[in-house]
Design a binder for this molecule. Structure first.
Ligand code: GLU
Length: 470
């Protein structure tokens, strides 16, 4: 029986960004949707650029995102090891098999020769493709060259065949094999190339579905030809559209891509990120904020788009706002605790968090409100200043008279409104401006309760004299 199995196969040469988080997400969702397995394989064949600290970081980041894997990584499994740097003997074994079957040959071409051949092809308007120079050397020629020259190993693409496959996202694909040159599976330094190790590992690890970036589409016919030559099963492939920036260029750090660590430090909720990325190039029927089970249930490869997906920070923040609104009380409190500790007494924290949740996207926003409520100095906005300047000092004198005793906000405004003969905006705007320094923000009743009678009196009193508050 073939258990559906997807995988995420990052190269640990950097931190996870939006692009690879989305690839991981779609694979995790596809596996969960089919009741299958999500596997993590570390593609660290590039010894120079791969770093252990990135392996640690990517596992931590995937877990934080809630994208847990059931096989590979540090979860183990029967098809390990799951780090390519530890799979040398496997690659050797199948290399020997390809050799036995006459499907690979040594290539002695130098980098300079290859470069010149590419240039000639380019000037004739042809796609770069290996000329086949070393494909037909006699065993004797090979022996002679081997003694003197380093060599790579090339896979013999089957000639006069068409490699066809049904892409889960892009539909039927056809690649005439003779348009694809013989490609390198092992470099002259003995290291194995991506095409080979990646395809071989997928097959040996029982991966049934590969979702990856569109930039890999042209690799797929090569990888299928390789697996066919080894009589190994080929997974189904789906090539998802790339994420582009507002100008249509691939999203980069410079155009706003963020790493998981940066997102986490800013205070993004992982589910906000997943709700956003799950809708970037994929359409959910539901427009509601979904938990992981909901993201799984509504996911479908049929709803993946082929057009490039445009990154939009405002959309990400929209989902962040939903996450903040929907967070349970302990989560919300924990989320902002550190940032507001300086201002908010611990026993008032749950009340404070509830009061500001609709007005904050990040803990640092909560900090501003914490300062506004409990701090001494209020940043006065220009519009609030204008309102205060237009309000006669008598307004505040009367307010203070009503507040001779502590009152709740509703009761206070009812009595004050009646006494001063003001209502609506004329009543609420100057009060909000005097008490918070802003014209917009969280609901006044809970803020009022948090500020406390004495602080409120002090702030109102400052305006009786028409001086700056506090
Ligand atoms: N290590 C490759 C990458 O990060 C994996 C590509 C694939 O998913 O097949 O691009």
């Amino acid at each position: 029986m073939n258990i559906p199995k997807t995988r995420f196969a990052p190269s640990p040469t950097g931190l996870l960004h939006f692009g690879n988080i989305r690839t991981a997400l779609f694979n995790a969702l596809l596996a969960a949707k089919q009741g299958g397995v999500f596997l993590l394989r570390v593609e660290d064949t590039d010894a120079e650029r791969s770093r252990d600290e990135y392996v640690v970081a990517l596992m931590r980041d995937l877990r934080w995102l809630g994208l847990d894997w059931q096989e590979g990584g540090d979860a183990g499994g029967a098809a390990g090891p799951y780090r390519q740097s530890q799979r040398g003997s496997v690659y050797e074994r199948f290399r020997a098999l390809l050799e036995e079957r006459g499907r690979i040959y040594p290539c002695f071409c130098t980098p300079l020769e290859l470069e010149m051949s590419r240039k000639t092809q380019a000037s004739a308007g042809l796609p770069p493709r290996y000329s086949g120079k070393c494909a037909h050397l006699t065993p004797r020629e090979v022996e002679a060259k081997r003694r003197e020259l380093p060599h790579s190993l090339r896979f013999r693409m089957p000639k006069a065949e068409v490699i066809e496959f049904e892409d889960m996202v892009r539909g039927s694909q056809r690649f005439p094999a003779d348009e694809i040159g013989d490609f390198i599976i092992r470099r002259s330094d003995g290291s194995y190339a991506f095409f080979y190790v990646n395809a071989l590992d997928d097959a040996l690890m029982g991966v049934t579905h590969v979702m990856r970036g569109e930039d890999h589409l042209a690799n797929t016919p090569r990888q299928i030809a390789l697996l066919q030559a080894l009589q190994l099963p080929t997974p189904r492939y789906g090539h998802i559209s790339l994420i582009v920036d507002q100008a249509g260029a691939p999203l980069s750090k410079r155009s706003g891509s963020l790493s998981v660590g940066e997102l986490r430090e800013m205070g993004y909720f992982s589910l906000a990120i997943l709700n956003y990325l799950g809708r970037l190039g994929h359409r959910y029927e539901s427009s509601a904020f979904l938990d992981f089970a909901g993201l799984v249930a509504g996911f479908s490869v049929e709803r993946l788009g082929r057009a490039p997906a445009r990154y939009d920070r405002a959309q990400l923040d929209f989902w962040q706002a939903q996450a903040v609104l929907g967070a349970d009380q302990p989560t919300l409190t924990r989320w902002m605790a550190e940032e507001v500790r300086e201002w908010v007494p611990a026993e008032r924290l749950p009340e404070f968090a509830a009061a500001v949740r609709a007005n904050v996207l990040f803990p640092r926003d909560a900090r501003l409100w914490a300062e506004a409520v409990f701090g001494d100095g209020l940043p006065l906005s220009a519009e609030a200043r204008a309102v205060l300047e237009a309000t006669p000092p008598d307004f505040f004198r009367q307010a203070l008279a009503v507040l001779e005793e502590p009152l709740e906000f509703k009761e206070f405004t009812r009595r004050f409104g009646a006494a001063a003969g003001v209502k609506g905006k004329a009543l609420f705007q100057p009060l909000r401006a005097a008490l918070t320094g802003q014209l917009h923000g969280p609901e006044m009743p809970p803020l009022f309760a948090l500020m406390g009678w004495e602080r409120i009196r002090r702030r109102l009193a400052a305006h009786v004299l028409n001086t700056a508050i506090d």
